[in-house]
Ligand binder design. Structure first.
Ligand SMILES: NC(=O)c1ccc[n+]([C@@H]2O[C@H](COP(=O)([O-])OP(=O)(O)OC[C@H]3O[C@@H](n4cnc5c(N)ncnc54)[C@H](O)[C@@H]3O)[C@@H](O)[C@H]2O)c1
Ligand SMILES: O=c1ccn([C@@H]2O[C@H](COP(=O)(O)OP(=O)(O)O[C@H]3O[C@H](CO)[C@H](O)[C@H](O)[C@H]3O)[C@@H](O)[C@H]2O)c(=O)[nH]1
Length: 327
C-alpha cells in the first residue's frame, strides 16, 4: 500500500484518485488543516491526524503494509512563511523529521517528496536545471531545502530511497471535474483571477509591475496538476524498480507573466478582468522557468496540458462548485 500524506489537499487528492485508478491500495493521512475530507475518494483509507503524531504513525505502519510514501503535507505559502516562519519550520521540517523517523523504524524505504522551485531562490539563468544552485529567498523555500538535505542524510545513513520532485506553479483541476483547488484563503494567481471573473472578487490584484521582466510583472512556469501527478507515478515506478535516488524539476518549461495569465483567463472565459496594481509581495522572485529535460529524458515524462487547459479545467470546477467542497 501507498501512504499519501497530505492526500486531502489540492495536489495530494489528485494523486489519490490517480493511484486508485491504477488499482493501488491507498492510505491517506491528513490533519485537514487546509485539505478536505470530501476530496478523498471513499476507496482510500482515511486517517485524520498529524504527521508529528508518532504514535499514530506507529499504528499506521503496524496496521497497513505500507511500502512507499508520497509526502505532500506542508504549509506552502511564500508570503505567510515570511510573517510566520516558525509555523513553516515546525510543520514542514519537524513534521517531516517525525515521518522519516517512523519510516526508518518500520523500514519503509521509498519516498516521493514534494519540493518546490522556491528552493532555487532568484536565479539568473533562463531555465532552471536541477544543478542550478539553491539559494532560497523565503522561509518556505528554506524549509523545503532543509527537508531535501535531511532526506539525503537519511538515505546515506539508513538506506532510504527517494525521488525529490521540485514543482513549479501547479494549476488546473481534474479534467473530468471531480476535484479542484479549494484553499481558504486562496493566494494563488489563477484561482484568484477566476474568482474575480466569477464576481467573487472585486479586482484582480497584481503584486508589482516594475520587475525586471518584459511587461514588469512576475513570470512563472505553470504545470497542470494531472501532468504533475503523472510525474509522481513514473517516479514511484522508477524508485521501486531501480532503487536509485533522484531529483527532478516538474514544469512546462515555458514562462508566462501575470499579465499574460490574465489575458489567457479572459480568452478562456470570454470575460474582461478589472486589474488593480499593488505593491510587490515580499519573497517573490521575478522569474522562474523550469528545465524539465531530465525527467523527460530519464522517465519519458511529457506534459500534455497547456496553460489554456489549466485555466479551462479550473474554470469548469469553480463554475460547477462555487463553494468548493462545501457545496
Ligand atoms: N501548489 C503549488 O503550486 C505547489 C508548488 C510547489 C510545491 N508544492 C508542494 O506540494 C505539496 C501540496 O501542495 P498543495 O497545493 O496541494 O497544498 P494543500 O494545502 O492543498 O495540501 C497540503 C495538505 O497537507 C495537509 N497537512 C498539512 N500539514 C499537515 C500535517 N502536519 N499533518 C497532516 N497533514 C497535513 C493539509 O491539510 C492539506 O490537505 C506541498 O508540500 C507544497 O509545498 C505545491
Ligand atoms: O492574486 C494574486 C496572486 C498572485 N500574484 C502573483 O502571481 C505570481 C504567482 O503567485 P502564486 O501565489 O500563484 O504562486 P507562487 O509563485 O507564489 O507560489 C507557488 O510556487 C512557489 C514556488 O515559487 C511555491 O512552491 C508555492 O507552493 C506555490 O504556491 C506571484 O508573482 C504573485 O505575486 C498576484 O499578482 N496576484
Amino acid at each position: 500500500m501507498i501512504l499519501v500524506v497530505g492526500g486531502a489537499g489540492y495536489i495530494g487528492s489528485h494523486a489519490v484518485k490517480d493511484l486508485l485508478e491504477l488499482n493501488q491500495g491507498v492510505v491517506v493521512l491528513d490533519n485537514l488543516s487546509t485539505g478536505h475530507r470530501e476530496a478523498i475518494d471513499r476507496k482510500a483509507v482515511f486517517i485524520k491526524g498529524n504527521i508529528k503524531d508518532r504514535k499514530l504513525l506507529k499504528n499506521i505502519f503496524e496496521n497497513y503494509k505500507i511500502k512507499s510514501v508520497m509526502h505532500f503535507a506542508a504549509n506552502c505559502y511564500v508570503g505567510e512563511s515570511i510573517i510566520s516562519p516558525l509555523k513553516y519550520y515546525e510543520n514542514n521540517v519537524t513534521g517531516t523529521i517525525s515521518l522519516l523517523a517512523m519510516m526508518k523504524k518500520y523500514q519503509v524505504n521509498n519516498l516521493v517528496f514534494s519540493s518546490t522551485c522556491a528552493v532555487y531562490g532568484n536565479p539568473k539563468v533562463k531555465k532552471i536545471k536541477e544543478s542550478t544552485p539553491t539559494f532560497p529567498i523565503n522561509p518556505y523555500g528554506r524549509s523545503k531545502l532543509m527537508i531535501e538535505q535531511i532526506i539525503r542524510d537519511f538515505s546515506r545513513a539508513y538506506g532510504l530511497k527517494y525521488v525529490i520532485l521540485r514543482y513549479f506553479n501547479v494549476a488546473g483541476a481534474d479534467p473530468l471535474g471531480r476535484l479542484g483547488e479549494d484553499h481558504q484563503p486562496e493566494t494563488h494567481l489563477i484561482p484568484n483571477i477566476l474568482f474575480h471573473l466569477l464576481n467573487r472578487l472585486e479586482n484582480v490584484i497584481v503584486y508589482g509591475n516594475d520587475y525586471n521582466t518584459p511587461d514588469g510583472t512576475c513570470i512563472r512556469d505553470y504545470i497542470h496538476v494531472t501532468d504533475l501527478i503523472h510525474g509522481h507515478i513514473l517516479a514511484l515506478e522508477y524508485l521501486l524498480k531501480e532503487k536509485k535516488n533522484k531529483v527532478y524539476n516538474l514544469g512546462n518549461d515555458e514562462g508566462y507573466s501575470i499579465k499574460e495569465v490574465i489575458t489567457t483567463c479572459e480568452k478562456v472565459t470570454g470575460k474582461k478582468a478589472t486589474v488593480f496594481y499593488n505593491e510587490k509581495r515580499k519573497g517573490d522572485p521575478a522569474r522562474l522557468i523550469s528545465s524539465s529535460e531530465r525527467i523527460s529524458r530519464e522517465l519519458k515524462w511529457q506534459p500534455k496540458y497547456t496553460l489554456e487547459d489549466m485555466i479551462e479545467t479550473a474554470w469548469k470546477w469553480y463554475s460547477n462548485f462555487p463553494n468548493g467542497y462545501k457545496n
